[in-house]
Design a protein around this ligand. Structure first.
Ligand code: TXA
Ligand code: MG
Length: 329
């Protein structure tokens, strides 16, 4: 059920969390599917609702940086600096976990993912609840993250006990994930906080994941995928690709205008990277529903501002068949 996030709505959501239920709530990035992080049965229900394998770790959300860092141990200096600069906000920090954190939350790893969201509804829920809320994105495993309450309802239906409707998420793509364990902090997933902003605060470049880096399944190649096969196409090749697709394509264009006579679906996306990110998942869902044989996406420019968007588009375009997304988060 979708309800307004007024005082009564928040109180109801808090009750549901306290009794082991699942509440979907808006954050500034995407909607999360929340469960009491201190209740292993509730977290298991959350995995079942998403259809997510049990060994995938889930991010714990807290109201303040002090609350969040208490879920880690030996929070490295870099983590404390990033927390001070970017929390509340679209950043997730992976740190060594405190021994009290349940295995079901960490997927059995010795680290925990922590985030302090800035969205007022997420903040109200976290303050009302008073503890950690484990929350992956509120979509079925491997699919596009939801950025509105109705996306959540479409994906999860009766599997979620309550959905708090906070409107469309203002960032629109997931948080940036940085692992601060030993050695230099590593960027595991680009997202709402640009890499350059993190590096400015750290005064040093972020590392890139090594084979022994903590696993962030959201970084698997075929993630965030629509059901319709998607292809990334450079601007100069878009018209030719549309012609080849028999003109029934669903197109997410950026700079190229629709050719005359085109009778598929053509979305002219915003030219600004932040505005593009805000509407990206809603646009992909819309194009996915058109029954087209292919979704053609005009590749954004290779500039830093587009880094996180390009990352998500590459993943959306990677999964070419429904089966290809079965084994990912
Ligand atoms: O913006 C976001 O981060 C949203 C909102 C709801 O906060 N959440 C989100 O959660 O995107 P999820 O579960 O869909 O993606 C989080 C990613 C997963 O790929 C998970 O494997 C990784 O973070 N992750 C979580 N804890 C981790 C840990 N301890 N070590 C490595 N990766 C971790
Ligand atoms: Mg997700």
């Amino acid at each position: 059920m979708i309800i307004a996030p007024d005082a009564a709505g928040i109180a109801r959501a808090v009750d549901i969390l306290r009794t082991g239920g699942l509440v979907a709530f808006p954050t500034e990035t995407v909607y999360g599917l929340g469960a009491d992080a201190g209740n292993p049965d509730a977290v298991r229900r959350l995995f079942a609702a998403k259809g997510r394998p049990a060994d995938h770790p889930v991010i714990v959300h807290l109201a303040t940086a002090a609350d969040a860092l208490a879920w880690g141990v030996r929070a490295p200096e870099a983590a404390r600096r990033l927390a001070a600069a970017f929390w509340p906000g679209p950043l997730t920090l992976i740190v060594p976990r405190a021994s009290s954190v349940h295995d079901v939350v960490t997927g059995g790893q010795d680290t925990v993912g922590l985030r302090v969201p800035s969205h007022p509804v997420a903040q109200a829920l976290l303050r009302g609840f008073g503890g950690g809320i484990a929350a992956p994105s509120a979509n079925r495993f491997g699919r596009i993250s939801p950025t509105t309450a109705s996306h959540v309802a479409d994906d999860l239906g009766e599997r979620v006990d309550l959905i708090l409707d906070g409107g469309a998420c203002p960032v629109g793509i997931e948080s940036t994930i940085v692992a601060c364990i030993d050695g230099p902090p590593m960027l595991l997933r680009p997202g709402g906080v640009p890499r350059e902003d993190l590096e400015r605060v750290l005064g040093a470049p972020l590392g890139t994941p090594t084979p022994t880096a903590p696993r962030a399944s959201g970084t698997l190649a075929s993630h965030y995928a629509p059901r319709t096969p998607a292809r990334l196409v450079e601007a100069e090749s878009l018209n030719a690709a549309v012609r080849d697709s028999g003109r029934d394509a669903a197109v997410l264009a950026l700079s190229v205008p629709a050719p005359t006579g085109f009778c598929g679906t053509w979305i002219a996306a915003p030219r600004d990277a932040e505005a593009y990110a805000r509407t990206l998942y809603a646009n992909l869902r819309l194009l996915d529903q058109r029954g087209a044989t292919v979704i053609l996406v005009e590749a954004p420019p290779p500039e830093a501002a587009w880094h996180a968007v390009r990352d998500r588009l590459a993943r959306a375009a990677h999964a070419q068949t429904p089966d290809a997304v079965d084994d990912i988060d």
